[in-house]
Write a protein that binds this ligand. Structure first.
Ligand SMILES: *Cc1c(COP(=O)(O)O)cnc(C)c1O
Length: 433
């Protein structure tokens, strides 16, 4: 494959954007080659500017559960956009999207739309602090919640659970308000609550952590978390920016049947347009301005074009069998590859939940960030390169998950599976760790 135009465009991009990109992982820093400039997408496929065609498992990092350029989503966007792009005043599309969510999701009574997942999380944390009047928050190592100051925090050393910022520009005073704990660890959680009992406004978690590998949690851990939050009068925030509308219409809350206090959404909810949302009970949402004292606003919030796209996509997700079909396809795809790896003795296993999958270079169960061996990412690097050459596009980092969309037919997945097998075989021949 030739990547000449992409390479030239990236050279120009490097003069315009830091690292040549507008979001870091796009820069291909942990894989070979330079970023591909994508020209178009249709169904399960994307094409780069050099006219190479790929089966896409990145799917814009999750939003495109129907695949690229779904006709119904495009039609809704066209109809909305012809009437104007933004009014900064209420429009009916937001009602439709909100009703579709609230009527079909037991965990949301009222919702507020924002423009990104980060904004949803930022607002949800402020809301939790506003409701409880407390300031500390607990997050988990290996969960990503957008680039919010208080959440760009990693675990401090030793016994201290206080966080240290993981980005320059985040004041240590902010990081000190964040307590970082290992995932799937009841004891650490209990200790943190005992130590800070009066002070914890909320615990935020990706109930299905999918931003640092796919770190599926034990249900008893999540249940315990719910119980402790109730006991200590802290709010539980499920950050469902990835899992929402992905592992089922009710996301991870429905999947585990655990009721969080606040939920955040993004990605799928916007149908490929910039939308985020946070929702909760009527009572908790009554704290949000102008009804309550927690301020939150947005010039482009509930943008009519974005709302129309979201509503069109979500409607498709509500069709009977939608989630079981897409889940079954993903199970078949990953099982086939796992059988292949087992037979070949390759130390690689695909972890799957719903239509999300991840390549784990370990045969042990992985439910915490520190169980991922960074050295093994050399295998990923080679697999990534092999896959690209065979016309398969996956996120350019071994810590990122893959997504199967409705548009990935069994036939497409069969083609992809063949390419994965060849790439895995080559990678384990070439890379010697
Ligand atoms: C993607 C993501 C975010 C951030 O959303 P953006 O739209 O990128 O700001 C937050 N939380 C989780 C769990 C995510 O996956």
């Amino acid at each position: 494959m030739e990547y000449k135009k992409s390479t030239d465009l990236y050279a120009l991009a490097e003069t315009l954007f830091p690292g040549g990109v507008n979001s870091p992982v796009r820069a291909f820093r942990s894989v070979y080659g330079t970023p591909l400039f994508i020209e178009k997408g249709e169904g399960p496929y994307i094409w780069d500017v050099d006219k190479n065609k790929y089966i896409d498992f990145c799917c814009s990092w999750g939003p495109l559960i129907l695949g690229h350029a779904h006709p119904k989503v495009l039609k809704a966007i066209m109809e909305a956009v012809q009437l104007g792009t933004s009014f900064g005043a209420p429009s009916h599309h937001s009602l439709e999207l909100a009703q579709l969510i609230i009527e079909n999701n037991r965990f949301v009574e009222k919702i507020r739309f924002v423009s990104s997942g980060t904004e949803a999380v930022m607002s949800a944390v402020r809301l939790a602090r506003g409701v409880t009047g407390k300031s500390k928050i607990i997050k988990f190592e290996g969960c990503y919640h957008g680039h919010v100051d208080h959440l760009l925090v990693k675990a401090g050393s030793g016994l201290a659970t206080f966080g240290v910022s993981s980005s320059a520009g985040v004041p240590e005073a902010f990081a000190k308000e964040t307590i970082v704990l290992p995932l799937n660890d009841k004891d650490a959680l209990q200790k943190a609550f005992e130590q800070h009992k009066e002070d914890i406004a909320c615990v935020i978690i990706e109930p299905i952590p999918a931003n640092n590998g796919l770190l599926i949690q034990d249900k008893p851990f999540l249940t315990f978390l719910r119980e402790l939050c109730t006991q200590y009068q802290s709010l539980l925030i499920f950050d469902e920016v990835i899992s929402g509308f992905r592992v089922g219409f009710e996301g991870a809350a429905g999947y585990y049947n655990i009721t969080p206090d606040i939920l955040t959404y993004g990605k799928i909810v916007g149908g490929g347009m910039p939308v985020g949302a946070f929702g909760a009970s009527k009572e908790i949402m009554s704290y949000v301005a102008p009804e309550g004292p927690v301020y939150q606003a947005g010039t482009l919030s509930a943008n009519p074009v974005a709302m129309a796209a979201g509503a069109a996509q979500i409607k498709e997700c509500l069709k009977p069998g939608f989630y079981s079909d897409i889940c079954k396809k993903t199970v078949d795809f990953t099982k086939d590859l796992n059988d292949f790896c087992e037979k070949g003795g390759y130390p690689l296993r695909l972890i799957q939940i719903g239509s999300i999958f991840w390549m784990a270079f370990s045969s042990d169960r992985i439910s915490r960030a520190d169980q991922i061996d960074a050295k093994k990412m050399d295998y990923f690097k080679e697999i990534h390169q092999q896959l690209l050459q065979k016309g398969i596009y996956i996120g350019p980092s071994g810590y990122e998950v893959g997504f199967v969309s409705e548009a990935h037919s069994n036939e497409v997945l069969e083609t992809a599976s063949q390419a994965f097998k060849e790439s895995i075989k080559t990678a384990f021949e070439v890379v010697k760790l």
